[in-house]
Write a protein that binds this ligand. Structure first.
Ligand SMILES: [Zn+2]
Length: 223
């Protein structure tokens, strides 16, 4: 499977009908990520965590906990900066710094992670160049989930459940962390995302109840 775009169809990424994969971007994010790991454990589901290096550097123990729970770790850059996506060398170095942070956290010798997801899901020419040697973690359906606390936070579960039922499964993205902008960087902490674990619980309850399976992302993405 050679994919150099981020939005793909279920068939393009060889995901079997009735299969779903959940991916979580911008963490590790403290309490929200802990709660999320507990929910995933409860349902026996492995997910993919697209980690931001500067968050990994703050929370190495949590990064290790994600890895030890058997989830797939992907490189989501170190600084999560829009500007880096437009320059191959800058983006390459930023990914390398994230590799280093993740490998240090999990206690492995530094090596390039096989999977990455560009910040903002943007596939620029620099990202395409990187995708010649690393693989993009794709999605089949983007869900918008930037909200903090409001009635809108129930929407992502509804959208994902409806999409999975309509298209017989898919790869979805939610955010346990939130790297919105430079100025809001301090707002990335877990209190803002506390609704995410409940949403994930609802998705897993509904979709497993409807007979959907959540295969190990390692198996899905190595095809
Ligand atoms: Zn992101």
């Amino acid at each position: 499977m050679l994919i150099n775009s981020i939005l793909v169809s279920r068939k393009q990424c060889c995901l079997a009908p009735g299969h779903c994969v959940l991916t979580f971007d911008d963490g590790p994010a403290g309490e929200v990520t802990d709660d999320l790991l507990a929910i995933l454990h409860e349902f026996g589901v492995k997910a993919c965590f697209c980690l931001v290096g500067c968050q990994v550097a703050i929370r190495p123990e949590q990064t290790r906990a994600i890895a030890n729970a058997g989830h797939l770790l992907a490189n989501h850059s170190f600084h999560h900066q829009f500007a880096d996506l437009w320059n191959f060398e800058r983006f390459r170095l930023d990914l390398a710094r994230c590799d280093q942070a993740i490998c240090e956290a999990v206690g492995e010798p530094c090596h390039p992670l096989r999977w990455f997801r560009p910040p903002y899901g943007l596939v620029t020419s620099a990202v395409r160049e990187i995708a010649r040697t690393r693989r993009i973690i794709p999605v089949t359906h983007f869900v918008i989930d930037p909200w903090f606390r409001s009635e809108r936070t129930k929407r992502p579960a509804k959208w994902i459940i409806e999409d999975a039922k309509c298209r017989e499964g898919g790869i979805y993205v939610l955010h346990d962390g939130l790297m919105v902008s430079e100025t809001l960087r301090t707002a990335r902490g877990s209190p803002r995302r506390c609704w995410i674990p409940d949403v994930v619980k609802e998705i897993l309850r509904e979709l497993t109840g409807a007979g959907f399976q959540f295969p190990d992302p390692w198996q899905v993405f190595q095809v």
